[in-house]
Structure formats: structure tokens, C-alpha cells
Ligand binder design. Structure first.
Ligand SMILES: Cc1ncc(COP(=O)(O)O)c(C=O)c1O
Length: 435
């Protein structure tokens, strides 16, 4: 099918959603045709370095051979099975997830997306505590199902009517733009106190849980200070409430450790995994302790979707974990992250527009400003650099409260040459567009 014909059909038959890029409209952007490792090609034969890892689900590299083999083998045995009974790949994956987690994370339940894994985490927390109030950060993004839209304050929920009730926004400890104008560590404790006050007032001092990402990704690649996480955990436990980490973007090796909670040194009570858990296939997991799981199940916790324990997806999940552990991919993520942040620091010395550099391993961002002193966000420039990148073979995304954070999520397969080429394209983009 010719490009124009495909675009015409897409416009005619696909319901347009605002998730399509609003910087380069889908009808002007590439039609993705095929991919391999860290590269993607469009129908016109143009090549792109993919620093979005697909939709962050191909972090093992596009078309990972181990995942392809599992698809071939398992689809000849059992693709889908009843969720009423156990199947072997489901049990195997649950055991494997327990084996890569630190104690006491032993119990998993599976879903098909990041959204449903977070919905499950909220449901488990509510059942286990017998309470309802959930806190999430003002810059949060945890999915776009109705329930997770309610805890995604960085996404627009305007015009969708009532969503999940008893959900409260807590200030984000965004140290580069501290809401309390405090400097350094003082910044993280003020939002914590303010957030807990809101949660206490709204819940009569009895919240069920707070959900956060250790690095707030779509909200602008904001690393939560360890002191904030420590304080949040301590204060929630003091109130009999639970801490949930959405590790869709920070788990499974990406930050240089197997999980974000290891990178930040503070454990949650429930963690969720999705994105590259299936190596490109749709599967998610909500993982918790025996104690929390027992409390939820004692109260008749019920959940499950038709595809929630599909043997094919579960096998891919186990293969994805094997790929990471056997190749120590978390170490490669740390190397890639170091090379990339070193390059970004060099660019920062040359270009005033790079105000801040954040993130770790395979999840990094640079915040663009018009003036380093006033930190006036360079939103238009971010859009122009994005366009330049796409035109010249580099895909990444633009995120954050002011749409001025360039977010880079390269796959584990990214070579040093590809990293350096991506830096070159980025530098040319900044040089050309910053006027
Ligand atoms: C941190 C985080 N959680 C949850 C989700 C939602 O995942 P899904 O789109 O698979 O429902 C996303 C999606 O980007 C995400 O970044």
C-alpha cells in the first residue's frame, strides 16, 4: 500500500485519539514498517534510532530473538487458557518474578497493561487496608483506563465525567522547580508534608495507599529524592497505609538495578511491572508480599481479565526476565546511561538552553529553558528539536508539565555508535533550532 493511500485509510477507519503526537501530526509522521534492535524503519525506507523503545515496551530491542523463539514454540502448545485454573507458564513466571525480587515480594497477579496492573495495585491496597483514599503525585501518569486516569494528574481528565472517587493529588517533589521555592533537599520534605496534610484531611487520617513512580517519567523525568520516598513510606506505615511503586518504566533492569526500589533504596509494599515485561507482548504484573496478599484475599479479593494468565504472554515474560538476568542487562543499562548523561553534560556546557539533566540508565531527560536563571520553559524549542530529530532519524518524546523535557528511553541493545550518532543529531537540532 502506498503511503498516501495508507494515511487516507487511517483517517477514514481509525478513531483519532489525542495520544497521537500533537507536535508532528500522525498523518505527517512516519508509518512504522519494521524494526530490529534499536532501529525502526518507516514505509518509505527511512531509518530512525528509537529512543522511545516503541512505546517503551521494546526495551529488550525490537524483535528480540529469544522472544521470537518463545512465540514460535509456545503458540504451538497453548496460546490462551482459562483463568479459572492454573497453567504452567503462569506459575513459572510468578516464581521467576519472586526470584528476581528482594524479600518479601513473593506474590504476583497478572494483567495485560500498565493501566490494569495499577488498577490491581489500588484494588489490593483498598481490600487489604479496608480503606479507600489513594494519593498520587500532581505530575503522575499511571494509565488511561478510567481508574488510572483518576490517579494520572499529568494527563487530562477534563470532560470525562466522574472517575474513581476518593483519589487525591499530592505535590510532586520537583526539585528543579520546587513548589515551595526551597533549594536542594529541603525541597523534597515540604511537598511531602503538604501532600500528607491533604491526604489526612481528605481521608480522616486513614488513607489506603499512595502510588508513585520512583522516576516520574511522563511527568518530566523527575527523580523522587530517596529522602522523600523514605519519609513517604514511614509516614504511610505510621497511618496503616501502603506504598505502591509503578515500576512500568523503572523496573526490570532499566535504571542499572533490577528494580527502581533498589536504585532508590526504599521498598514499596506493592509494585507493578508492565512495558517490556513481555519483551514486546502485552503482559503486566502486580507484585506484593504474602502479608498484603493474604489480607486482600481474606476479604474475598476478586479480579481477572480473560487474557490475564495467557500462557503465551507468561512465557514471554519469563523469557524477558531470562534475557535480562543471563546477559546482566542492568549493567549495560548503567553503561548506556553513563555514556548518555556524559554526552548530555557536554552539550549542557555548550548550550544554555539545557537547564537540567535528570534520570538514570535507560530513562533520562533534559529540561529545556529559555533562560537558566529564570528557568522559563522552552516549550516551542522542544517541539522544534523533536521535529528536527524525527526528520533526521532520531525518535524520542517530549514530556513534562510545560512540554519542555526531552525524554530518552533507548533499548538495552543500543550500541555506543548509536548513542553517539543520537547525540550528534541532538546537537545539530539544538544548534539549528535554538535561535
Ligand atoms: C509509568 C506508567 N504507568 C502506566 C502506564 C500505562 O500503561 P499502559 O499504556 O500499558 O496501560 C504507562 C504508560 O506509558 C506508564 O508510563
Amino acid at each position: 500500500m502506498k503511503r498516501q493511500e495508507a494515511i487516507d485509510k487511517a483517517k477514514k477507519f481509525l478513531l483519532r485519539t489525542s495520544l497521537l503526537s500533537d507536535i508532528v501530526p500522525a498523518e505527517e509522521g512516519p508509518i512504522i514498517d519494521h524494526a530490529s534492535g534499536s532501529l525502526v524503519w518507516d514505509t518509505e525506507g527511512n531509518e530512525y534510532i528509537d529512543f522511545n523503545s516503541g512505546q517503551m515496551c521494546s526495551t529488550l530491542g525490537h524483535n528480540n530473538p529469544r522472544i521470537q523463539k518463545v512465540i514460535r514454540e509456545q503458540s504451538a502448545i497453548l496460546t490462551h487458557a482459562s483463568t479459572v485454573y492454573y497453567n504452567l507458564p503462569q506459575i513459572e513466571l510468578a516464581e521467576r518474578i519472586a526470584s528476581i525480587n528482594e524479600a518479601p515480594f513473593t506474590k504476583s497477579v497478572f494483567g495485560e497493561s500498565g493501566s490494569d496492573s495499577n488498577e490491581l495495585a489500588v484494588l489490593i491496597a483498598r481490600r487489604a487496608t479496608g480503606r479507600l483514599a489513594i494519593g498520587a503525585l500532581t505530575q503522575s501518569f499511571h494509565g488511561l483506563s478510567d481508574a488510572t486516569r483518576a490517579i494520572s494528574f499529568a494527563a487530562s481528565s477534563q470532560g470525562y465525567g466522574p472517575t474513581l472517587p476518593d483519589v487525591y493529588a499530592m505535590p510532586t517533589p520537583y526539585c528543579y522547580r520546587c513548589p515551595n521555592k526551597a533549594e536542594g533537599k529541603a525541597c523534597c520534605m515540604a511537598p511531602l508534608e503538604a501532600g500528607l496534610e491533604i491526604l489526612d484531611k481528605q481521608s480522616g487520617g486513614a488513607p489506603a495507599a499512595v502510588i508513585v513512580e520512583p522516576i516520574v517519567s511522563a511527568g518530566g523525568v523527575i527523580e523522587l529524592p530517596s529522602e522523600y520516598l523514605e519519609g513517604l513510606r514511614r509516614e504511610l506505615h505510621r497511618r496503616g497505609a501502603l506504598l505502591i511503586y509503578d515500576e512500568a518504566q523503572t523496573g526490570l533492569g532499566k535504571l542499572g538495578t533490577m528494580f527502581g526500589y533498589q536504585s532508590f533504596g526504599v521498598k514499596p509494599d506493592i509494585l507493578t511491572l508492565s512495558k517490556h515485561l513481555g519483551g514486546g507482548l502485552a503482559i503486566s504484573a502486580t507484585v506484593t508480599t504474602d502479608e498484603v496478599a493474604d489480607r486482600a484475599t481474606a476479604k474475598g479479593f476478586s479480579c481477572g481479565h480473560s487474557h490475564a494468565s495467557d500462557p503465551l504472554a507468561c512465557k514471554a515474560g519469563t523469557a524477558s526476565i531470562d534475557e535480562i538476568t543471563e546477559n546482566r542487562l542492568e549493567l549495560r543499562a548503567a553503561q548506556i546511561g553513563q555514556r548518555w548523561s556524559d554526552s548530555m553534560r557536554q552539550l549542557q556546557q555548550k548550550y544554555e538552553v539545557i537547564g537540567d539533566i535528570r534520570g538514570r540508565g535507560l530513562l533520562q531527560g533534559i529540561e529545556l529553558v529559555r533562560d537558566r536563571r529564570t528557568k522559563d520553559p522552552a516549550t516551542e524549542l522542544a517541539a522544534r528539536i523533536y521535529r528536527y530529530g524525527l526528520k533526521n532519524g532520531l525518535m524520542f518524546s517530549v514530556r513534562g508539565r510545560y512540554n519542555n523535557v526531552l525524554r530518552f528511553v533507548p533499548p538495552f541493545t543500543t550500541t555506543d555508535q548509536q548513542l553517539d550518532r543520537a547525540t550528534e543529531i541532538l546537537e545539530q537540532a539544538i544548534r539549528t533550532e535554538q535561535v
